[in-house]
Design a protein around this ligand. Structure first.
Ligand code: ATP
Length: 243
């Protein structure tokens, strides 16, 4: 039996302008299904803008973007059903409990069996004990886990994470890393992760892309060496940034 291979993400000549400033310069990029893709780049390189186009939050100025073969403009609603998104600053209601937050978002995204979806999401994130606690009392790491639970309530095929480790302590970073690997391995979710941390990419990613001033200057697979020598990755990055 042949299994059709589908790309999780395809960008073709993606260009984004804000007024006179061009912040993405005709990007071509593909990410295969099942990858953990690390999108590296310094501050202001255009990583968040790329995620915003892919998650249908902003329309691209020109070019195309597809998620699981769905066009982000023409098939916007289908794309929204197919993806989960954890923004850099997780948006949760501090006065509600974790379960109340999840219930609210589950209903918004049309999840059928809400109690079950919440229980499973909290189980996957290993934080059922947080269900009845008020989010306003949570650490950054706890908020991050509830944010990811929220993003997977509807079982997306692709999960976008924008700088997910920012502000986490070392234990939080480790837990997040384990979560990413588990979501990928156990639920088959393709991960697209923005980061400027080489260490994160080296530890969890199977493929990487490097963005510099709105240009994709490098894309490669780390699949053959899942835990590559961090220094060698740094060398690649520095050399490319110095071009
Ligand atoms: P960071 O790691 O700092 O979040 P980034 O790689 O995610 O950076 P973007 O946030 O995509 O980069 O920003 C790319 C460029 O686009 C920056 O110069 C930024 O100032 C600019 N930019 C982003 N959003 C807007 C906007 N709504 N209007 C005008 N300029 C914008």
């Amino acid at each position: 039996m042949t299994v059709a291979f589908m790309n999780a993400i395809e960008l073709e000549n993606l260009t984004q302008r804000y007024g006179d400033a061009t912040v993405l310069h005709g990007i071509d990029l593909t990410v295969g299904q099942g990858e953990i893709f690390g999108f590296l780049g310094h501050n202001g390189a255009g990583k968040t803008t790329t995620i915003h186009v892919l998650t249908t939050l902003i329309p691209a100025s020109s070019g195309t973007a597809r998620v699981c073969e769905l066009d982000v403009v023409e098939e916007r609603l289908e794309v929204q059903r197919t993806i989960g998104y954890l923004p850099e600053n997780v948006r949760l209601y501090d006065s509600l409990t974790a379960a109340e937050n999840l219930r609210f978002f589950a209903r918004l995204s049309g999840v059928e069996d809400v109690p079950r979806a919440i229980d499973e999401a909290l189980g996957i994130l290993d934080c059922r004990e947080l269900a009845d606690k008020r989010v306003g009392t949570f650490s950054k790491g706890m908020r991050q886990r509830i944010g990811i639970a929220q993003a997977i309530l509807h079982r997306p095929k692709v999960l976008f994470l924008d700088e997910p480790t920012s502000g986490l302590d070392p234990m939080g970073v480790r837990q997040l890393r384990e979560t990413i690997v588990r979501l990928n391995a156990e639920l088959g979710i393709t991960i697209f992760m923005n980061t400027h941390l080489l260490s994160e990419v080296a530890r969890v990613c199977t493929t990487i892309g490097v963005l510099a001033e709105g240009e994709l200057i490098y894309q490669d697979s780390l699949a053959q060496k899942r835990f590559p020598d961090e220094a060698s990755l740094e060398d690649i990055y520095v050399r490319l940034e110095d071009r």
